[in-house]
Design a protein around this ligand. Sequence first.
Ligand SMILES: *[C@@H]1O[C@H](CO)[C@@H](O)[C@H](O)[C@H]1NC(C)=O
Ligand SMILES: *[C@@H]1O[C@H](CO)[C@@H](O)[C@H](O)[C@H]1NC(C)=O
Length: 773
Amino acid sequence: MKFALETFALAFLVSATNAQCTQSTSFEINSATKLSFAGYNPSVTRTLNTGVGNKVVLSGYRNEPVINEVDDGTIQISLGEPCDGSPIPNPEAPDLSEGSSAASMTKYVGWGLAALVGHKSALAGSTLAMSMTVGLLSSSPPTVMAQQDVISECELVPIEVEIYVDAMASEIVQMEYQTGEFEVCPPETMFWEHHPTVFGGYSGCVAELGLYPCASDAQGVTIDDGEFYAQSPVYWDGESCVETDFTISNRTFWILWGNPMDKYELNKRTGINPVVSFPFNRMPYATYEIGGDPMTSQDESNNARVMAKEVLEYIGAWTMEEMEDFSVTITEGAEQGMVHLFAAKAMEIAQTTCNRDINVLMEVPAYGYSTTDAAMIANQFASSFYNSSECECYATDSCKDPTVTVTMRGWLPNTPFPEATGGDGVVYAANSASPNSPWFESMVFPENPTGVIKTPQISDPNRRVCDGVYLWPMYLGARDFQIPKDEIPDCSAWSFSISKIYSAAARAGWIMYKKEPVSNHEAMVAAIDTSQTMTHGSLSEWTWHGQQQLFKAFMSKPLDDPTSWIGAYTEIMREKWDAILEGFADCPVVQLSNDYSGAYAWFVFQEPYLGVQDSSTPSFFRDVLGVYATTYSWGFRGATPSDFYGEGYGFNDFTRLQLYRDLAVYEEIGRRAKIVCADLDASVASNLVSVNQWVQVSTATRSRRLGEGYETFEDRKRHLKESVPSLTERQLHHLANGQVEGERTDAAIASCAPDYTTHCLFRSIGVFKPDDF
Ligand SMILES: *[C@@H]1O[C@H](CO)[C@@H](O)[C@H](O)[C@H]1NC(C)=O
Ligand SMILES: *[C@@H]1O[C@H](CO)[C@@H](O)[C@H](O)[C@H]1NC(C)=O
C-alpha cells in the first residue's frame, strides 16, 4: 500500500511541475474495449452519466501518449516523447499528510483506484505498468495485470485516465441507493432514509432486518427487547445509536431463519448491480390462463413461465424436453406454492377415492407447511369429491361435505412406516402402492434442516409433491455443487422460489406440475387459481415481470463462472462450510452431520452430552457459543429420534444453524467453537460459560424445574450460583436471561402445534415479536 501511495504522490508532483505541458486527448470505447498501459502509472476515475458517450479521456500527462489498438479490442497506451523536452525530475519523498494528493487518492470513486492500489500493494517494490483486462463498460471490477516491461522510477510520468460511461439504469439506481457497486454500508445493512416520523427520520445504514437504525444487524435493537438482544456492539435507544462494550468477538448472534443475508459478499463477488426495472405504464387488469399452453394461451406471464423452465435447464436439473410434460404457474414464493400443491393433491385424492383424512408422509426432521390452509382450499371443491357405495361417507351421504383434513406424519429410515385408515375402512401403510391409499408423500430436495438428499418411498410419482426451494447447485456441495440429475425424485409437482437463490423479501416463485394424469393437472390448476382471486390480490404484473429479469440475470454467465450469480454463491457457501467444519472438527459435544449439504448446518449431540439440553432453544449454542439457533424439535412430526439416531436421543439433542448470514459470522462461530471444544473449561466471553459449566447449570436447572421452579429472576440467579459456584455475575445474568427467554419461546412454539407453520414460528422465535407471543 505504501508503494502505491508513493507512486501516486510522485505522479502528482510531476504533474504540478509541468502544468504548462498538461494536455488532453480522448477516444471512444465500446463494451469490448480493454485498456492497457505501458510506461504509465495512471490514476483512474470512472464517471457514470447519461448522454456523454462512452469514452476515455487522458489528461495531465507530460509525455505524449501513443494510442494503439492491439488484439481483442485492447487499446494500448504507451509512452511517447516528453512534450516540453525537459528532463524528468528525480522522485522525491511522497507527501502523505492529510489533504495531500496521495492521501486524497483513496477517495477516488469507483472500482478503478481500489483495483489498481490493491494490485500494486501486492507487487510492492517494483514499478510496473498495468493493463485492465475487462470491458470498460462492464460494472465488474477490472483485473489489473502487470505488463512485462518494468520501467525505472525516474521515467515515471503522470497520466489521469477518466472513463466516462453512459450509465445503465441499474447503475443509476444503485448509485442513487448507494448499494451494489456503490455500497456505502457494512454487511447485513443497507443505506436508507426514514420518513421524519419513523425512527426519528434516521438516515444512514440500517439493518436489512426491519430497517432498524445504527448500521447493525438489528439484533441489539432496543434495551427493552431484553438483555439477550442488546448484546450487540450498537443498539438504537429510541433516539440515537448507543455503543455497548460488546465486539464481534464476544457479542451474541441470532442465526435463525434467513435473517439477515449475505448480500454484501454476493454483490462484491459478482460485481453485479442487481436492479429490476421496467416501465410502469397505465395498464388494465392482469390476464392469466393458469395451466394453459404458453404458445397459445392468453397469459401475460407466458414468457416468465417459459423462462422458469430455462432456469431449471441452466442449472442442469432437467432439459426443456424433459419438462414438456409440465405446466408452470408463477407464484409468490415456495410456501404459497407448496400449500397449494398439498391442497391440490388432497383434492385429487378426495375426488378419486373415499379418503377425506389425507396423510402426508415425510422423512423427518422436515420442514412443514400449513396443512390447515391446504385443507381449507381443498374443501372449496367438496362438490367434486368422490361419492360411491364402497366409501364410509356414503352411508351418511356426506361424501361431498367439506371434510378433508391434511396431516403431516413423520417417518425415519429403517423404521416401520406409519399407517392410516382409509375412507374405505382399510388400513394403509404410508408407502402403500394402492390407488385407494390415503397417503401422499412430500419431499424437500435437499431437506431443511438436515441437507439430506432424499429417496422417494411411495412408488407412484403422482402421490408425491416436492419442494425445490433448495434445488440449486450451492446447496448440493455433497454432490460437488452440481445438481445430481439422476437422484432428483420423480414428482407430480414442484414448487420453486427465488428466496434461497436470491432474495426472500421479494415474494416470487413458480410451481411446475405434470399434465398427466389429467386429475393432477386439473386439481393443481383449481388449487392455485384460488390464490389468484381478487381477495388474494390477484398476481401483480411486477411478480412475473421482475422475476423474468432475475432469471435473465441468473443465466447471464456460465454456471461455473465464479462471478456468475450461482458460481459466486457456491463459493461463498463453500467458505462458510469450511469455517464451520474447521471450528467444530473433533468437537466432543456436537458433530456436524451434513458437510456441505443443504442450506443449514445440522449438529447432532454426542455422548455424554445427550439430554443436557431440555428446551427447543439450544442452550449449548446460546450459553457457550453466544449463538441463538434452534433445535428444530417440532420437525420430527410424530417420529421418535432414538429410532434412527440411537438410544438416548431426544428432540432437543440437535441444533440447526442457518448459513445465510455474512461469511464473517461463520468465521467467528468457528473461532469460538474451536476454543470451547478443545478445552472444556474455556469460555469465549466474560458472560458465556464453558462446556463443563453448561452441563452443571443444565443439571441444576432441570432438577429445580422438576421441583418448585423459580419465583423471581433473582431467585433463579441465586440458585444457579449455589449450584455452580464458579459462575460470575455476568454469566449468571446471561444464563438467567437466556433461560427466561428460552421458556417463553418454548411456550410460544407449543402454541404453533400441530402445523408449526413458518408464519407461527417466525412470530414465536423472531427478533421482533408481537407482545402476545
Ligand atoms: C468484549 O471484548 C472487548 C474487547 O476485548 C472488551 O473491551 C469488552 O469488555 C468485552 N465485553 C464483554 C461484555 O465481555
Ligand atoms: C351420492 O351418490 C348417491 C348415489 O348416486 C346419491 O343418491 C347421492 O345424492 C350422492 N350424494 C351427493 C351429496 O351428491
